[in-house]
Design a protein around this ligand. Sequence first.
Ligand SMILES: CC(C)(COP(=O)(O)OP(=O)(O)OC[C@H]1O[C@@H](n2cnc3c(N)ncnc32)[C@H](O)[C@@H]1OP(=O)(O)O)[C@@H](O)C(=O)NCCC(=O)NCCS
Length: 303
Amino acid sequence: MTSDDIDVTVARVMQQQARVANSHEFINGAVDDVTLAESLYSSLRDASIAERDGIVVGHLRGVILSSEVYGRSAWMNPEGLSYDDVETLEALYVHQAQRWIADGARRHYVWVPTDTASIAPWLDLGFSYMHQRGVRQLEGVSTPEWPIGYSLRRGTIADLETAIALDDHLHEYQEQGPSFSLDLPKGDQREDWTETLEDPTVHHYIVDFDGQPVAQCATFPLPDRVGSFDGTLHLSAVTVREDHRSRGVGRAMVISALLDGRNDGFHFIETNWRITNRSAATYWQNFGFVPTYLRLHRAIGAG
Ligand SMILES: CC(C)(COP(=O)(O)OP(=O)(O)OC[C@H]1O[C@@H](n2cnc3c(N)ncnc32)[C@H](O)[C@@H]1OP(=O)(O)O)[C@@H](O)C(=O)NCCC(=O)NCCS
């Protein structure tokens, strides 16, 4: 991609996003053209353009990132991708992936809208389901009914050890099947939770029972992102200790967070779950979270 391709690419992404939003209630069709143009300009070497007869028919941008969790890997976001037909997508992917592999990035991730037409071409390229984002409105939430003996409070930095211990329960749960999320690095866990608990934009909630903390979750404002609406809260780290599950504790805790979010002027809330966390997938959809974007992944190697 060169700077000459930016205007046409921005126009393509804007049209595509408007089209996607038509069939997804919780996907925002608006795209800030200036921000997108700046972001493409700053990563021209990460993007390729496909042309047919001198007309642009697609683009693909993948940024290589190195992280402790995912290793050296290439990431594609919804605005990093447009194609007029599946053959164009395949050609773009092959072209880009060759460069990523040569650069040591053998794990490839892409976020796509959750519908068959958006997902299928990637499955044909050997990608598979990984992570699901879901969004719901904050309207229509009424005061939760708490099971007897449980009480909710806001966490502070004084709750650091509690937050880490409850986070360990979440990790242990995800290590079991069918998620089998093994080897999740915990090196930064203390640092991350310290930052979270000290961040004034984060709401951290703890549920106590008999003087013992048994559940937690956290919310924070979602940064601006293509596909998300302004005024969206992010919900994460939702955990209920195993011996307190299926009593309505999770529901009451999350509803309390939703009510706070609404009172603070937010309109939507987003959470995400591993596709393989089958009970969470059911739980969040029963809770009214509607799938928006899906993360697919491919690990290049033998096979
Ligand atoms: C997912 C999780 C947070 C839910 O918390 P929870 O306190 O068990 O949830 P609730 O009790 O509110 O609801 C669980 C189920 O019990 C049912 N339930 C609620 N109150 C109940 C009661 N009094 N008696 C029997 N069942 C009840 C709910 O209807 C719900 O069923 P559903 O999943 O079909 O909607 C909890 O199971 C957990 O910590 N799981 C492991 C970690 C995890 O996966 N976290 C989410 C990561 S994305």
